[in-house]
Design a protein around this ligand. Structure first.
Ligand code: SF4
Length: 385
C-alpha cells in the first residue's frame, strides 16, 4: 500500500498535562473547560480508546483485515482503508507528488506544537503522509478517523483538525496540507480542508491566544454540544444549573418565552447525559449494603456474543437455503442482531412457526462461531418490590 512506512511510538503519559487537539473545540468554545479539567483531573474522560477503536487501529497498522476481529470492526477497517487510498491518490495527483518521496503512512503519532522552543500543546493524528510536490514544495495529507455515530464539526470549522494541521506543518516543515475526516458511518465519505502556510500561521496565532485566555477563566462557562466530551461535566455548575431548571420545569411545564433556555439545554444535552452516566458508574461501585439502602441492586446480564469472524457464520447459514450470499453480507455488515432477525423471520415463514422459535434456532446454530464476553451487570431499581 505504501512507501517508507513508519511505526509510531508514543510515551505512556502522552499529553503531558498540556492541551491537545482532541479537546481543542471545547477549549476554544468554553474557556472554563481546560482549567477545570486540569484542576479536577480527567477521571470522567470520555476520550479513552474503546476496545473496538484499538482493534481497528491494529488492523490499520497491520494493513490487513484480521478475520478474528469483530465483524463490525472488520467492515470499518476496510472502509477506512478504502478512504485512505482514495485520499492518497487524490492528493498525489493534485500536487503531482513524486511517489519516491512519500513518507507514510505514519499512524497514531503524537506531534508537538512548540512555542518559544517549549512544548505548548499536542495533536495525535490517526494517519498522515508527506512528500515533495512539483516545484519541490513539501506537502502533507492527514486523516482523522470518525468511526462513531456522534455529530462531528465539518472540517472547515473543526478545531481538532486545525491543531493537527499546525502540529504536522511545524514538525515536518510543510508548506501546504490537506487535512480531513474519514467518516465511516452513515455512508463512508471524506471531508477535507486545505491548509496553506498562511492559514496555518494564522490558526497557530489564534490557538496560542485561545489557550492563553483560559488562564484564570475557571468560571467562564459556555455550555454547548462540546460538554459531552468535558471531563468536568459532572461537576460543572452550568450543568447543575441546567439540571435544576429541568427538574423545576418538569413540575411546572415549559413556556414559549423560555426559548433561549430550552435551546441552551438541548445543545448541552450530551453534558447532562454524561453527568447522569457518571452517577450510574458511582452507584454501581457502591458496596452492596449502601447500594441496597438507596433502593438499587445489580442485575447480571447475558454475555456479549459477537461472531468470531465475518466469514464463519455463512458456512452455517448457507445449507439452510434461507438466504443468498449477497444478502448475508449486506446484513452481516449491519449487525449480528439484524442478520438473526431476518433469518428468524424467513425461518418462521418457511416452517410455519414463530419468529421467537426462529431466533432460538439460529442462536443455537451459530453458537459455535460466536465468542463470549461477559457483560457488566446493570443497575436495577428494587424500591417498592
Ligand atoms: S461542562 Fe460544558 S460548560 Fe461546563 S466546563 Fe465543561 S465544556 Fe464548559
Amino acid at each position: 500500500m505504501t512507501q517508507n512506512s513508519i511505526k509510531s511510538q508514543s510515551p505512556p503519559d502522552e499529553r503531558e498535562g498540556k492541551p491537545s487537539a482532541s479537546g481543542a473545540e471545547r477549549l476554544v468554545a468554553c474557556l472554563a473547560s481546560w482549567p477545570n479539567e486540569q484542576a479536577h483531573g480527567f477521571e470522567g474522560d470520555v476520550m479513552a480508546a474503546t476496545a473496538q477503536g484499538t482493534e481497528i487501529a491494529a488492523m490499520m497498522e497491520a494493513e490487513e483485515i484480521d478475520e478474528d476481529a469483530e465483524a463490525d470492526s472488520q467492515v470499518i477497517a476496510e472502509k477506512l482503508g478504502e478512504l485512505e487510498q482514495k485520499a492518497l491518490a487524490e492528493w498525489t495527483t493534485h500536487y503531482s507528488v513524486d511517489q519516491s518521496t512519500i513518507v507514510g503512512p505514519i499512524r497514531e503519532a503524537r506531534l508537538w506544537l512548540k512555542d518559544g522552543g517549549e512544548k505548548h500543546s499536542s495533536a495525535k493524528l490517526d494517519v498522515f503522509f508527506f512528500g515533495l510536490a512539483a516545484g519541490s514544495r513539501k506537502v502533507g495529507l492527514f486523516l482523522d478517523h470518525k468511526t462513531g455515530f456522534k455529530d462531528v464539526t465539518a472540517s472547515p470549522k473543526n478545531w481538532q483538525l486545525r491543531v493537527q494541521a499546525i502540529a504536522l506543518a511545524q514538525t515536518y516543515g510543510l508548506e501546504e496540507i490537506w487535512g480531513g475526516i474519514a467518516h465511516v458511518r452513515f455512508g463512508a465519505k471524506l471531508d477535507y480542508s486545505l491548509y496553506s502556510l498562511e492559514t496555518i500561521l494564522q490558526l497557530r496565532e489564534l490557538w496560542i491566544r485561545a489557550v492563553a485566555r483560559t488562564e484564570n477563566a475557571e468560571r467562564f462557562y459556555a455550555p454547548g454540544k462540546w460538554c459531552g466530551y468535558c471531563s468536568f461535566a459532572h461537576k460543572c455548575p452550568a450543568m447543575h444549573g441546567y439540571m435544576s431548571i429541568l427538574k423545576e420545569n418538569a413540575e411546572t411545564g415549559w413556556k414559549l418565552d423560555d426559548r433561549s433556555m430550552i435551546r441552551g439545554i438541548y445543545n448541552s444535552k450530551s453534558g447532562i447525559e454524561k453527568s447522569l452516566a457518571l452517577m450510574l458508574q458511582w452507584l454501581k461501585k457502591l458496596p452492596k449494603e449502601e447500594m441496597n439502602a438507596l433502593g438499587f441492586d445489580l442485575e447480571e446480564n447475558a454475555p456479549n456474543k459477537p461472531f468470531k469472524s465475518a466469514l464463519a457464520p455463512w458456512a452455517m447459514i448457507e445449507p439452510t437455503g434461507l438466504m443468498t450470499e449477497g444478502e448475508y453480507w449486506d446484513l452481516a455488515k449491519m449487525s449480528k442482531g439484524a442478520l438473526i432477525k431476518e433469518l428468524a423471520a424467513r425461518y418462521a415463514k418457511q416452517y410455519n412457526t414463530t419468529k421467537k422459535a426462529g431466533v432460538a434456532y439460529f442462536e443455537s446454530l451459530l453458537e459455535p462461531v460466536c465468542l463470549s464476553f461477559p457483560k457488566a451487570p446493570s443497575l436495577k431499581d428494587i424500591e417498592g418490590k
